[in-house]
Design a protein around this ligand. Structure first.
Ligand code: ADP
Ligand code: MG
Length: 251
């Protein structure tokens, strides 16, 4: 074995894959007098650091279970003028995470609620904050199942551990008191500890219809809205945008 092959094997066993991959290239540059040795060591170490950061980011994004990967730069604010762009861009600074604040996006289907929630979630995950995306329907099913299996407390603790929880599509189904209670437990356990983003098509005035009892709904809203930014989106569905040319052709 030559020293080079041994070095290469050592780098592999140390998990320094980027350095190993670029080693030969850098040795050539040093031998040709095109690269100072200190600079070469620095650049190789930087390649490894960058690579590790990328792996960590993609790992955080993967574990978040986003339904799609759309970012804020793909959101057309001109199409939805009712949205205060400055507020949304402030969410992207993740200040709300520090403050343990919540965000609620409210509006009819297709106005971009999920897109905005996902974009903020991706940013949070990229900055290495544990993030989890789940639809309200799946969340409730999971909690129901956990209760049935007598491990509700563990499940709620597990979900509460995420620094950012995104609950998508609240309001498409009515709940029995037992299920409403499960949701209440979850929100209470996260209250002032970690942030939750909720997307919903139901204005708060209709939440009592979803959760059943008005007194209960008020207690839930009290916790959710205490440190919360509410973004009401009033505008056309973005899906209609693609249909417009077709409609115009028909006319
Ligand atoms: P909602 O959750 O409000 O029903 P979505 O966020 O799922 O709506 O949006 C529906 C589709 O339209 C998605 O593919 C989303 O990326 C896209 N979309 C919605 N609003 C915009 C927008 N203003 N700019 C760019 N794409 C948008
Ligand atoms: Mg949606």
């Amino acid at each position: 074995m030559t020293t080079y092959t041994q070095l290469s094997a050592n780098l592999k066993s140390l998990g320094l894959y980027k350095i190993k991959e670029n080693l030969s290239l850098y040795i050539d540059m040093i031998n040709d007098g095109n690269k100072d040795i200190t600079q070469a060591f620095y650049e190789l170490s930087q390649l490894e650091i960058n690579h590790r950061r990328e792996v960590a980011i993609s790992c955080c994004v993967k574990t978040a279970h986003f339904p799609f990967l759309k970012e804020m730069n793909e959101f057309d604010f001109n199409y939805q003028p009712s949205i205060d762009r400055r507020k949304v861009m402030d969410f992207m600074t993740l200040r709300f995470l520090e403050d343990k604040g919540n965000i609620i996006f409210c509006g009819s289907p297709g106005v971009g609620k999920t897109h905005l929630a996902v974009s903020i979630g991706i940013e949070a995950a990229k900055q290495r904050n544990s993030t989890y995306f789940i639809t309200f329907h799946d969340l409730i099913s999971q909690l129901r199942k956990a209760k049935y299996e007598n491990r509700l407390e563990t499940r709620i603790k597990w979900i509460s551990r995420y620094r950012l929880l995104i609950i998508d599509e609240l309001g498409y189904e009515q709940m029995d008191p037992d299920t409403a209670n499960l949701f209440f437990n979850l929100i209470s356990s996260r209250y002032e500890r970690s942030s939750t983003i909720i997307t919903t098509n139901s204005p708060f005035s209709k939440w009592a219809d979803i959760f059943g009892e008005p007194v209960f709904t008020n207690a839930l809203l009290d916790r959710l809205l205490h440190h919360c930014s509410v973004i009401n989106i009033n505008g056309p569905s973005y899906r209609l945008k693609d249909q417009l040319p077709a409609n115009e052709k028909k006319d």
